[in-house]
Write a protein that binds this ligand. Structure first.
Ligand SMILES: [Zn+2]
Length: 436
């Protein structure tokens, strides 16, 4: 027989249990309460698939906010979902990978870089940009932004940034140097380093990595020999290298092994016999006086260069939008046509704006002027950008095991690029952010 004492204990236990159950049921009913640990599944959703080149209808995706990953994907109804997993019916909705702004500058203003950067990545996030690659800015501010944005519950795009590498000529008179250096001496800090003939490139790469940079950005006044040395050292230490096109005197052919080549107008230099150095280049009769010759786009040499980019999986960071304000009509047309041809040939095109006009303006140009289909534009802003930072095993597609950085849209973007703006939710490392 059970003693009365047991009954009293049992009843107390039951009351507590009922309370817990009631309390947790109530919490479950509150749909807007997002949890950082509770797994959930979207059912009946259309998923963007780059292999099928279309959305696949009626899918279920299981997401784990705790690990930040996609746990499973299957056609709705073909597997049973465990009772502990909350299900959300997403009939009529479209799921795409989180967008990546492949060429941002979020911390290059004078002073208050962190505040400027925060407002930028907050706005990016609202439009479905879950990640931004910063291609040179103030390293201290970028690190702070990166740390703040890493938190999945913060509605901010995640940040990856590069260390700028340039010859000493660049550090002399460029007006962007000071804000980028901050209180430090330009060229002498890990996020902004000088590359000369006697530079220890192994140390340069190591210091950039130790600082937290995810890539090197080669910029200006770099010889072919130094370009090759630093690319090799970076490859040995698994640090991707991005190039700001021609580096004076290193040209396109001296940059084998880089992960991204910006900007499309620099492809003009593929056919040049001699690339001037930084001192010679920027005189009136210098580099800027070289005409844009559209016939070079169809030359054998250009074809061979496209093959080199394809072989190395180098992404062309075309930045078409950046020319619309600043460059000549010839430069604009050349950039658009050469990007169109590169894409036709199979070169990976990345989407980055390098401009306050933003990623969506760049996507429109890639679509209208370089003739990328809408799905290819989305691929440029997701998978191809991820490839340029060796992050394609984690980001850029909707796949089991990948990081759950995702965007729920109410309208099909393949019908109209502007439908990319119909953002309802942004999922950051598995955590759901409703968007108003
Ligand atoms: Zn840039």
């Amino acid at each position: 027989m059970q003693s009365p004492k047991f009954f009293i204990q049992f009843s107390a236990f039951s009351i507590v249990t009922i309370f817990i159950l009631l309390f947790s049921c109530k919490k479950d009913d509150g749909e807007e309460e997002n949890s950082i640990s509770e797994k959930y599944a979207y059912t009946h959703i259309a998923l963007l698939d780059f292999y099928k080149n279309d959305f696949i209808d009626n899918q279920t995706i299981v997401i784990d906010p705790e690990t930040g990953t996609i746990l499973d994907l299957f056609e709705t109804g073909t597997k049973t979902i465990s009772k502990e997993i909350k299900t959300i019916d997403m009939t009529g909705k479209f799921l795409i990978p989180g967008l990546i702004e492949g060429h941002g500058h979020i911390a290059s203003e004078v002073g208050e870089q962190t505040a400027h950067g925060l407002s930028k990545i907050r706005a990016f996030f609202q439009s479905g940009i879950t990640t931004v690659f910063d291609k040179a800015g103030n390293g201290i501010a970028l690190k702070k932004l990166q740390e703040t944005a890493e938190e999945k519950t913060e509605p901010l795009s995640k940040v990856y940034f590069a260390s700028l590498v340039a010859g000493s000529d660049f550090y002399g008179d460029d007006n962007r140097v000071k804000p980028t250096a901050g209180d430090s001496e330009p060229g002498k800090v890990a996020w902004m380093t000088v590359l000369e003939d006697d530079t220890d490139v192994v140390k340069l790469v190591k210091e950039a990595k130790d600082f937290g940079s995810s890539a090197l950005k080669l910029y200006m006044d770099i010889t072919p020999e130094n370009a090759k040395r630093v690319i090799e050292a970076a490859q040995n230490q698994n640090l991707p290298v991005w190039s700001h096109g021609t580096l004076f005197s290193a040209g396109p052919w001296d940059l084998e092994g880089i992960k991204s080549y910006a900007h499309a107008d620099f492809l003009r230099d593929v056919v040049l016999e001699n690339i001037p150095n930084a001192q010679e280049a920027f005189t009136e009769e210098g580099y800027d006086a070289i005409p844009y010759d559209l016939s070079t786009i169809d030359s054998e040499k250009m074809d061979a260069y496209f093959d080199l980019l394809i072989e190395n999986k180098t992404v062309l960071d075309a930045t078409l939008i950046v020319y619309t304000d600043t460059e000549s009509e010839e430069a604009i047309i050349f950039s658009e046509k050469v990007t169109e041809k590169a894409h036709q040939k199979g070169v990976l095109i990345g989407a980055g704006s390098d401009s306050e006009l933003g990623l969506f303006a760049e996507l429109h140009l890639l679509h209208l002027k370089a003739k990328l289909s809408i799905i290819e534009c989305i691929k440029a802003a997701t998978l191809n950008n991820a490839i340029s930072l060796n992050l394609d095993n984690q980001l850029g597609t909707i796949a089991k095991g990948k990081i759950a950085d995702l965007v729920v849209l109410s309208k099909n973007p393949l019908n109209n690029l502007d439908n990319l703006k119909s953002v309802e939710r942004v999922i950051k490392s598995g955590y759901e952010h409703p968007i108003n």
